[in-house]
Design a protein around this ligand. Structure first.
Ligand SMILES: NC(=O)c1ccc[n+]([C@@H]2O[C@H](COP(=O)([O-])OP(=O)(O)OC[C@H]3O[C@@H](n4cnc5c(N)ncnc54)[C@H](O)[C@@H]3O)[C@@H](O)[C@H]2O)c1
Length: 230
């Protein structure tokens, strides 16, 4: 069992059952938003499976703290919405096998409660950020026959109450994932897939991936403020 903290939020206990599920020896994995929550858990699991992990995040303190716990982990401080920063970050990366587009933010609000600024902010981080990172990573992923994992949400598939902007962005993430599978030609194209995570009032987050994760939050995601995802 490992304990991670969610950015600016309560502590999360995550139980992971990944023993012998898969190995990633010799692989390099870059995880955006890798310093907290699901990203931190993914960083830990991938490293346990043998991958070299690159933690990309805005939060230097949290990222560096986590990297001290993960053997061989590197930290890149980068705002994924900043095109120049994203380009510079990839200038320093020579090999990449797995990209996890995990960085994302949430917002509570129905359409009439959502300001244009908040809508744009969610679009910038969840959609534009995913686009910018994926575009920069693509040459390396094509070279390595790598994989892209986009962290979606059930909010991208169904309507969730008072999550207007969040649903819109996660729908876009899932659509971008499908589109990537179509346009990247040839056998060397990276495999792209989206995880549609969902959170139940019983406070268990279950992914449809091969990794089974249980999260116990000190309060349910659905009821949290604008920082909560879902
Ligand atoms: N927590 C849930 O219940 C849940 C459910 C479904 C989907 N998701 C999705 O999973 C992903 C992770 O969620 P979480 O709950 O672990 O979030 P979190 O808030 O714990 O972590 C997000 C991380 O992303 C980083 N980040 C935010 N904006 C960034 C930017 N512009 N550039 C770089 N890093 C940035 C933050 O610093 C933070 O470390 C998100 O995409 C979220 O939408 C979460």
């Amino acid at each position: 069992m490992e304990v991670y903290s969610r950015a600016g939020g309560p502590q999360i206990t995550i139980e992971m059952h990944v023993d012998n599920l898969f190995r990633l020896d010799g692989r390099v994995a870059l995880i955006t938003g890798g310093a907290s929550g699901i990203g931190a858990a993914t960083s830990g699991v991938f490293a346990s499976a043998g991958a070299k992990v690159i933690i990309v995040d805005l939060d230097r303190e949290r990222a560096e703290h986590l990297a001290m716990e993960i053997p061989g982990a590197e930290v890149r401080i980068c705002d994924i919405t900043d095109e120049q920063s994203v380009k510079q970050m990839f200038d320093g990366i020579r090999k990449l096998d797995i990209l996890v587009n995990n960085a994302g933010i949430g917002l509570v609000g129905s359409i009439d409660e959502t300001s244009r600024g908040d809508f744009e902010k969610l679009m910038r981080v969840n959609v534009e950020g995913t686009f910018l990172v994926t575009r920069s990573a693509l040459p390396l992923l094509i070279e390595s026959h790598g994989a892209i994992v986009n962290i979606g949400s059930v909010a991208g598939l169904v309507g969730v109450k008072r999550r207007f902007a969040y649903c819109a962005t996660k729908g876009a993430v899932i659509a971008m994932t499908r589109q990537l599978a179509v346009i990247t030609p040839g056998k060397s194209a990276p495999i792209a897939f989206a995880l549609e995570l969902w959170t139940r009032p019983s406070w268990k987050a279950i992914s449809r991936s091969t990794i089974s994760m249980k999260k116990k939050l000190s309060e349910p995601s659905w009821s949290r403020d604008s920082r909560s995802a879902g």
